[in-house]
Ligand binder design. Structure first.
Ligand SMILES: C[S@@+](CC[C@H](N)C(=O)[O-])C[C@H]1O[C@@H](n2cnc3c(N)ncnc32)[C@H](O)[C@@H]1O
Length: 222
C-alpha cells in the first residue's frame, strides 16, 4: 500500500505519495534527515548549500515549519530549494516511506517526548529513528545539558546498551563546547559556545545486529 506523507508547504499540509517521495529522495546523492527540526532553518540552509542532496526536516508540529517550507517552495533565484522537504510526523510513528532513507540523521536540542526517546531512553522511539537510516548511516544527537544529565550515574553505559539493542551503535557520547547552528541551540546558548551533550555513531548493519556486537563509548569531557 502506498502510505501518504504529510508534507508541509507554507500554510498547507499536502498528502504526498510515499512511493513518489521515496523515489525523489533516493535519486539524491545524499539524504539528510533532521528529526524535530522546529522552524526548519538549519535543514533549509543545508538544502541551499547542497542542491544535489535531499534534506528532510521532520517535526510533530507543522506550524513551526511553515516559513522555511514556504521559502523552500519559491523559485531558486528567490531562495527556493526544491531539495528541501518538511514532513509532519512524530518520531513515534514515522510513515514507512521514510524507512532506510537517510545517510545522516540529526536530532538537535529536542524537547518533550523526542528528548525522552533519546535520554530515558525509549526503545520503541529509538528503533524508529534507527529505521529511517540506511545501514551504516551516521547519527548526531545534540542536546542542551540539564543538571540531571551530568549527574545520572551509569547513564552512558545504559544508553549505549539500549541504543545498541535498537540498532544504533554509539561511537562517542560526551559533553562538548560547541557553537550551535540551529535556532534553539543559539537561543539556549545565547550565541556562546555552551556545553552540549553529543551522542553520535552509526546505524548498525544487518551483520552487526545479528552478531550482537559489544560497543564502547568515549570518556565524557567538556
Ligand atoms: C526545542 S525545539 C528544537 C528545534 C530545532 N531542532 C532547533 O534546534 O532549533 C524541539 C522540537 O522537537 C519537536 N518534537 C518534540 N517531540 C517530538 C516528537 N515526538 N516527534 C517529532 N518532533 C518532536 C518539537 O515539536 C519541537 O519543534
Amino acid at each position: 500500500m502506498d502510505q501518504k506523507l504529510d508534507v508541509v508547504r507554507g500554510r498547507r499540509v499536502l498528502k504526498i505519495s510515499g512511493r513518489e517521495f521515496r523515489q525523489a529522495a533516493l535519486a539524491a546523492s545524499r539524504v539528510v534527515i533532521d528529526m524535530g527540526t522546529g522552524d526548519g532553518r538549519w535543514i533549509y540552509r543545508l538544502a541551499r548549500a547542497y542542491p544535489d542532496w535531499c534534506c528532510i526536516g521532520i517535526d510533530a508540529s507543522a506550524e513551526a515549519m511553515r516559513e522555511s517550507s514556504w521559502r523552500a517552495a519559491r523559485k531558486p533565484a528567490r531562495g527556493g530549494a526544491s531539495n528541501a522537504w518538511f514532513v509532519r510526523t512524530a518520531v513515534e510513528a514515522p510513515p514507512s516511506a521514510l524507512c532506510g532513507l537517510a545517510d545522516a540523521i540529526h536530532v538537535q536540542f529536542p524537547w518533550g517526548s523526542l528528548r525522552r526517546v533519546l535520554l530515558q531512553p525509549d526503545p520503541g522511539g529509538l528503533s524508529h529513528l534507527a529505521c529511517i537510516g540506511k545501514p551504516g548511516a551516521a547519527f548526531y544527537f545534540t542536546m542542551n545539558v540539564l543538571p540531571e544529565d551530568q549527574e545520572a550515574p551509569g547513564r552512558d553505559r545504559r544508553l549505549v546498551a539500549a541504543y545498541a539493542r535498537a540498532g544504533l551503535i554509539v561511537e562517542r557520547s560526551n559533553l562538548r563546547r560547541a557553537s550551535p547552528q540551529t535556532s534553539w541551540g543559539k537561543r539556549l546558548g545565547s550565541g556562546r559556545a555552551a556545553p552540549v551533550l553529543v551522542i553520535e555513531g552509526r546505524i548498525a548493519d544487518r551483520h552487526e545486529i545479528r552478531a550482537g556486537a559489544q560497543w564502547t563509548v568515549g570518556e565524557s569531557s567538556v
